[in-house]
Design a protein around this ligand. Structure first.
Ligand code: BEZ
Ligand code: FE
Length: 302
């Protein structure tokens, strides 16, 4: 198809001229994506009317963002996080049936090969921080227990660092573990109370937050990936509702249903049973998994 019929590029017909040039795109989805992105981008430029210097500043910002990426650091994902786009994509792709636990961002600190541990193990390997015991049940939307659910958990330490950020300071796999439920669907493990921490703020995204008058902190949380046969995998967190940043997470990951109660407990007998020396924190949180769509279909057909 000829693109000539749309005429030369003008301020008024800019969107049509550009999108018409993509008429022979090899993928309909790519064509659709570029049509929407072109339309919205031109709309923004027409509304903002940037100067040449401002446009160059935007281009140099994206250039610095790219240059900051390495095998270990993905500054574009961080940009998507602070713009709320990661949470939006997560919301669109994880619409849950009522009653199922909500998801939130994965974040960059998951490690695929964390060790599988016996239920109740202490994932804190350096004895630093305030003791904490966390437990609950993995349930289906009918309230029944899910057995053989695999719970992959990781968290920052009491200074707000993950083990992978402090190689040689924290032991490898500190504050990480994988647990497997039995018939009762129960899980529990020991850890330490996590602390809020800044997302990597020494690059262009951190500078952008500074210019916008925003802080880079995420409220204290524990990460979970929960998998079970026949159920949708749940990637989520639980948050400390008393954290100073609970209402201003730098990446918008907090949801009301993910606020857990962190209770300070003084019970010498129980502390002794848990191997804790004194007061400790106690968190109880159940997770509800949505049935896998294929399983739902099968159940309906049965
Ligand atoms: C995290 O929770 O690990 C995280 C999420 C998004 C950006 C940075 C860190
Ligand atoms: Fe995190």
């Amino acid at each position: 198809m000829s693109t000539w019929e749309k005429g030369y590029f003008t301020e008024e017909n800019s969107v049509e001229v550009v999108t018409n040039r993509n008429a022979n795109a090899k993928s309909e989805r790519l064509k659709e994506v570029m049509e929407v992105v072109t339309r919205k981008l031109h709309e923004a430029v027409k509304e903002l009317e940037p100067t040449q210097d401002e446009w160059m500043e935007a281009i140099l910002f994206l250039t610095r963002t790219g240059h900051t990426c390495t095998d270990w650091r993905q500054e574009f994902i961080l940009l998507s996080d602070v713009l709320g786009v990661s949470m939006l994509v997560d919301a669109i792709n994880n619409r849950k049936p009522s009653g199922a636990s909500e998801s939130t961002v994965l974040g960059p600190f998951h490690v695929a090969d964390a060790p599988e541990l016996p239920m109740g193990a202490n994932i804190c390997l350096d004895q630093k921080g305030e003791d904490m015991v966390i437990g609950g049940r993995i349930l289906n939307t009918e309230g029944g227990p899910i057995s053989n659910a695999v719970i992959d958990v990781w968290q920052a330490n009491d200074e707000g660092f993950y083990d992978v950020q402090q190689k040689g300071i924290q032991p490898d796999f500190n504050l990480r573990g994988v647990f497997r439920t039995r018939e009762d669907g129960r899980y529990w493990f020991r850890a330490v109370k996590p602390k809020y921490y800044p997302i990597p703020a020494d690059g262009p995204v951190g500078q952008l937050l500074g210019h916008l008058g925003r802080h880079p902190f995420r409220p204290a949380h524990l990460h979970y990936i929960i998998k079970a046969d026949g159920f949708e995998t749940l990637t989520t967190h639980i948050f400390d509702p008393d954290d100073p940043y609970i209402n201003s997470d730098a990446v918008f990951g907090v949801k009301e249903s993910l606020l857990a109660e962190f209770r300070k407990t003084e019970n010498p007998q129980r502390a002794k049973e848990l191997g804790f020396s004194e007061k400790f924190w106690e968190v109880t949180h159940d997770f509800v998994l949505a049935a896998h769509p294929k399983r739902l279909r099968r159940t309906r057909e049965e």
